[in-house]
Write a protein that binds this ligand. Sequence first.
Ligand code: ATP
Length: 326
Amino acid sequence: MSTPMSPAFAQAIAAFAPPLPLAVAYSGGADSSALLRACAQRWPGQVVALHVHHGLQAAGDDFLQHCQAVCQELAIPLAVAQVDARHRPGQSPEDAARQHRYAALAELARTGFAQPVRHIALAQHADDQVETLLLALSRGAGVAGLAAMSAHWQAAGIDWHRPLLAVPGQDLRYWLRSIGAAWVEDPSNADLRFTRNRIRQQLLPVLEQVFPHFRHTFARSCAHAAQAKNLLHALAEQDAAITGLPPAIAALQALSAERQSNVLRHWLLHCHGTTPSTAQLQALLVQIAACRTRGHHIQIKMGSGFVCRKGANLHWYNPQVLVQKP
Ligand SMILES: Nc1ncnc2c1ncn2[C@@H]1O[C@H](COP(=O)(O)OP(=O)(O)OP(=O)(O)O)[C@@H](O)[C@H]1O
């Protein structure tokens, strides 16, 4: 039976071709409800659901019960994990919840069913992508941030997919209503203390009026930024092969300032999982340029640690880790 999906939604589902079986990360909210139902309809018997109970909101139990009831009705196997998503000091609550959730989803897919599942679909859509782009702009992000969310990536032995990035959120809710499917509304989505909710409720309606095609054109900008991000990554790998990691100071000095910044960001992120601020990186470039004598000392705060000079090379360390492991 044909269902009244919007053209964008129908196109996104038709174009989505993951190897099966597929797991859908199912919160019980509108977006993942639409994705789960659309996938189960397209690949009957080949789709499973994963639910993470965050243990943060009182509503968590209702979410779980809703997911269990829907999966039972649709005969979709469901695996559930309970996580303690409390954040560490200095970590944002949303970041903590996201990290715990992704780790729990990967673990559920690996061990929650008779056979491990290697592909997980998430239900972020075009409005989420625009929100991510606007948040990146508001932070003054570079191209990596402006690329916003990827449609596909690999991590923790899982292929992650976001098939709905071109579908407006309202199309998903419209479809759910038209087929009489219920979902649970996360009460925190209405909380205007969260910037993302203010963007969704206050900014997107205005953007809609001024730039009616903003979802499409902003997504195109994200795609251009993603291409540039890949080029910068490739260039950083080439330069890192010359400077070595940790980088040799003399080899850095032979590069342009832009290429130094690029390879330094790459080193700090990929080897140490930290991102320096623009001001920190700028200060380091000044020190690298001035480092022409044996006695030149470098010691600069960099991301979550410090960069210092160790002989001919730079060296990054986190003093807190040094204190914990003397
Ligand atoms: N508790 C959860 N259990 C399983 N998957 C989840 C959970 N929370 C979020 N996800 C997955 O991560 C995606 C992005 O999460 P986010 O909280 O940004 O979504 P959302 O806009 O609230 O979506 P939804 O309406 O599906 O809850 C969701 O669409 C869903 O696929």
